[in-house]
Design a protein around this ligand. Sequence first.
Ligand SMILES: Cc1cc2nc3c(=O)[nH]c(=O)nc-3n(C[C@H](O)[C@H](O)[C@H](O)COP(=O)(O)O)c2cc1C
Length: 162
Amino acid sequence: MPVPRLLVVHHTPSPAVRALLEAVVAGVRLPDVREVGDLALDVEPALSATASDVLAADAVVLLTPANIGYMSGALKHCFDTIYYPCLDATRGLPYGLAVHGNDDTAGAIRSVEKVAGALGWAPAAPVLSTIGNPEPAVLATAQELGATLALAALERGERRAR
Ligand SMILES: Cc1cc2nc3c(=O)[nH]c(=O)nc-3n(C[C@H](O)[C@H](O)[C@H](O)COP(=O)(O)O)c2cc1C
């Protein structure tokens, strides 16, 4: 029986975004999550994530900077690559989203929600939107995002196994 799998797809261009990524991963590895069951974690740069990575996932965390009022070109490239292979096959996939910007992340959030909605993915946590250097409270929220999506992956993986 395959181990449930959480995929983190990220575009990480700076230390601030890297700190968010590390917090998400730390959330996945929290003892509370480990107690629930075994989970495989794939952390993939958006420029190299493939349809196979997404098809194998039981939940996904997306992490992107806001760029010119949109998701990063890297995450857009990922969606362009996986869209048709994953359409239908990944309907209902739980996902979480974290967006980092320097003043306005609204367009970037909208752009991701639009594609994820078209794929039929299900938001499993509130969107984490943040600007500037991530404060401890923001990193704690990123950690929570990782933990929530890890639990969603475990739940979906368990349902798949039944
Ligand atoms: C070409 C470009 C466009 C950007 N557009 C936006 C934007 O529309 N909204 C926003 O909040 N930040 C924007 N940013 C800022 C990035 O989101 C930010 O640099 C990134 O999240 C990394 O954060 P840091 O520079 O504070 O480390 C843009 C940055 C670049 C390079």
